[in-house]
Design a protein around this ligand. Structure first.
Ligand code: FAD
Length: 400
């Protein structure tokens, strides 16, 4: 039984519990507290009791976690019809988790009715053992109600031990709906995922308290264990050879009814997507002014030409707050995570909230006039000096 309990040995009948109770949930008779039907277990009286005679006891759910197996990845398809990069990154990570647990890795794919095998092939090439696919026009648009109904029905029937989602806008909307329906937990924006191979507990680590510490969260009593991960946190796996496609087509329940009708699509802000950039110049407050951006853009253009890819501009939060760049450029805990091959960081201190977004970068070149700036702790190449001078020098070298 859960609820408020009184330790009669300790109670001194002081009536403080009665006075703080807002719901007629407790009374004192013959110098002893007694719980009444009105008690809502709010705990106000527990805090007020000076002798520790009151406590709230809660039943642990004690759900049966046996019979759950396999790691699933919800593989979101973008508006261009291709599976998103974050889904492939998650499949790569899930491969490690499934191997550690000795179970199968299943990718979930919901597409429009005339989809071909391209997305299923990409997921198998990334490491999935099986693709559970539903081709149905009700899944053609990002109608979260349809997707949640589809995913919950599959999970109830097949009992996955883990489900991972990309922390895209849609993934962030879908995963909590599934969590509530399946009565399980969900950890958002994980940056580290590890599997305890004995217990099958997924160690879900994410920044907490404004990024000042890392919290590892487990979900011991409920299944499936669910987490979202932002794009760029894990590297995309190298595609492997694919033979026969292990695709299982499943039907969407006829009773699922789509209520979303997409009338048109519009891009927010200036439409920059730095998440998938192969090269990135990231500017911090140290560049001094918005005016300096013109030279930074020139540097990015030249680097892009030199590397044979597009080179985008990212920034820290103060740069967005100053109005020098739009939010779509912000890198970090409250911006986006990036995983470029090359990241040139200019006048960025390297606060933990910013570093949370650049852990996927392959090579970091940092320029800062402070030799003790934390950004140097993660940089492969460190230049101590004025970033604007270094930008000019790089431009002139590249132009030559
Ligand atoms: P500063 O900390 O002011 O650093 C400027 C740096 O430039 C200094 O190291 C200085 O030595 C150097 N410098 C100055 N002049 C020059 C020069 N001429 N040449 C070379 N170097 C120079 N921040 C993010 O970036 N992204 C986030 O997503 C984010 N989310 C946050 C979430 C929360 C909950 C909180 C509390 C904070 C968040 N922040 C985020 C803010 C973060 O804590 C830092 O304040 C921010 O990253 C600092 O940005 P900065 O490095 O540009 O500026």
């Amino acid at each position: 039984m859960s609820g408020l309990v009184v330790d009669a040995e300790k109670c001194v009948g002081c009536r403080r519990c009665e006075r703080v109770c807002a719901s007629d949930g407790i009374e004192v008779v013959d110098r002893r507290a007694r719980v009444l039907d009105g008690c809502v277990s709010c705990g106000m009286c527990v805090d007020a009791c000076p002798v520790g005679a009151l406590a709230i006891e809660r039943d642990e759910p004690g759900a049966d976690t046996s019979g759950y197996h396999d790691v699933w990845v919800f593989s979101q398809v973008g508006s261009d019809g291709a599976v998103l990069g974050v889904a492939l990154e998650l499949v790569g990570k899930a491969r490690e988790l499934a191997d550690a647990r000795g179970c199968r890795l299943v990718a979930l794919l919901g597409e429009h009715s005339d989809a071909d095998d391209v997305n299923a092939r990409a997921l198998v090439a990334a490491g999935a053992d099986e693709v559970l696919r539903t081709c149905d026009d009700r899944l053609a648009h990002t109608d979260v109600e349809c997707f949640a109904a589809w995913l919950c029905a599959l999970a109830l029937e097949r009992k996955p031990e883990v489900i991972l989602y990309g922390a895209t806008n849609f993934g962030r909307e879908l995963a909590p709906r599934v969590a509530v329906t399946l009565q399980t937990g969900l950890t958002a924006d994980c940056t580290i995922l590890e599997m305890d191979r004995e217990t099958g507990l997924l160690q879900q680590t994410r920044p907490a308290f404004g990024g000042n510490l890392m919290a590892t969260i487990v979900c011991p009593n409920n299944r499936p264990q669910m987490a979202t991960v932002r794009p760029g946190i894990f590297p995309a796996p190298e595609p492997r050879e694919v033979g026969e496609l292990p695709v299982t087509d499943v039907l969407l329940d006829a009773a699922v009814y789509g209520r979303v009708h997409v009338l048109s699509r519009e891009k927010a802000g200036d439409g920059v997507s730095i998440t998938d950039a192969e090269a990135l110049v990231v500017v911090g407050r140290g560049i001094g002014s918005k005016k300096a951006l013109a030279r930074v853009e020139r540097l990015a253009e030249l680097l892009g030409q030199r590397l044979g890819c597009s080179c985008e501009i990212g920034c820290t939060r103060p740069v967005v707050e100053a109005g020098w760049l739009d939010y779509s450029h912000q890198v970090g805990q409250t911006g986006v995570s990036v995983a470029p091959r090359l990241l040139v960081s200019l006048g960025v201190s390297g606060a933990i909230q910013h570093l949370a977004g650049i852990s996927g970068a392959e090579t970091i070149v940092a320029v800062n006039e402070d030799p003790d700036a934390p950004i140097f702790g993660v940089a492969g190449y460190k230049v101590v000096g004025d970033c604007l001078v270094v930008v000019e020098e790089l431009i002139s070298q590249l132009e030559r």
